[in-house]
Write a protein that binds this ligand. Structure first.
Ligand SMILES: NC(=O)c1ccc[n+]([C@@H]2O[C@H](COP(=O)([O-])OP(=O)(O)OC[C@H]3O[C@@H](n4cnc5c(N)ncnc54)[C@H](OP(=O)(O)O)[C@@H]3O)[C@@H](O)[C@H]2O)c1
Length: 259
């Protein structure tokens, strides 16, 4: 089967491309650096020729409100119209659990716009809504840092390994379209402030995490369960503590230091 992974050079995309190739599929890793641009349309017709499945794991280079909306609207419109012209039979896109509960953020308004364009198109689809990646926990801290302090609310979060996200995308991309959104998440729930505290401590990051029910996540107010999936979500296997041990070892091998 020919599968085009748009955003195939990114965190999730590169893992997905590798896993699909290991299964023997013909895979195109599409991204600006490989000559395929979903914003301008450059290289799309060639990349999609003969493809059965498109997986969209792109992300916007800018998360500023107007820029991110423009990215997901333009990129998705292009992928859907070039995909329909190429006779693609399954359009898979990666989105985020709780998107409709997080619309105070321009990023999530853009993700919802992306989902709605896919639902309105003629191509059979599967939208995969994932929880936050373990790899993203440090960015959560960075977005809430002032000086040496990180203020976060004790909202629930059920993060998952990028590797498990890619594994779930492999299963969904190689199955029939569900024409709906499915949720995937990690095996354990945490409090957001505690999760970030553990992550920073493991990487010897000196920032202090302060639990503050009025603090914002990603610049927005989140309710206790806004970030967690429903009961029917498919859960990944990797546990955060095991991932931390591995990730800190890799970081010290790569850079000789952990922060
Ligand atoms: N972070 C989280 O915790 C989380 C949770 C749930 C869902 N998600 C979703 O997961 C998706 C993928 O995230 P990620 O962390 O894997 O992203 P990432 O590492 O930032 O990778 C983004 C990919 O998009 C590509 N790209 C950017 N502009 C493009 C364009 N104009 N045309 C084609 N490709 C383009 C990039 O290519 P270059 O390398 O060439 O720039 C790269 O391959 C996002 O949509 C995000 O919303 C994230």
């Amino acid at each position: 089967m020919k599968i085009v992974v748009v955003g195939g050079t990114g965190l999730i995309g590169s893992k997905l491309v590798k896993k699909l190739r290991e299964l023997g599929h013909e895979v195109v890793a599409a991204a600006p650096t490989t000559g395929v641009n979903s914003m301008t349309g450059e290289g799309l017709a060639d990349a999609l020729k003969g493809a059965s499945v498109v997986v969209d794991v792109t992300n916007s280079p800018s998360w500023e409100d107007a820029a991110v909306l423009k990215f997901f609207e333009t990129s998705t419109r292009n992928l859907l119209s070039y995909g329909a012209a190429a006779g693609v039979g399954h359009y898979v896109a990666l989105s985020v659990v709780g998107t409709e509960r997080l619309l105070e953020s321009g990023f999530f308004r853009a993700k919802l716009a992306q989902e709605n364009l896919i639902k309105a198109s003629s191509i059979p689809y599967s939208i995969v809504r994932a929880t936050q990646f373990f790899e993203f926990v440090k960015s959560i801290a960075d977005l809430s840092t002032e000086g040496n302090k990180v203020r976060l609310p004790p909202a629930l979060i059920q993060p998952m390994a990028a590797d498990d996200v890619a594994g779930a995308l492999v299963r969904i991309a190689t199955s029939s379209p569900v024409n709906a959104a499915v949720e995937i998440g990690g095996p354990e729930k945490f409090r957001l402030d505690e999760l970030v505290r553990r992550d920073l401590a493991a990487f010897h990051d000196p920032r202090e995490v302060i639990s503050d029910p009025h603090a914002r996540y990603y610049g927005i107010v989140v309710t206790e369960r806004a970030l967690v999936p429903d009961d029917g979500a498919r859960l990944g296997e990797a546990r955060f503590e095991d991932w931390l041990i591995h990730a800190t070892k890799q970081a010290s091998k790569a850079g000789g230091q952990l922060t």
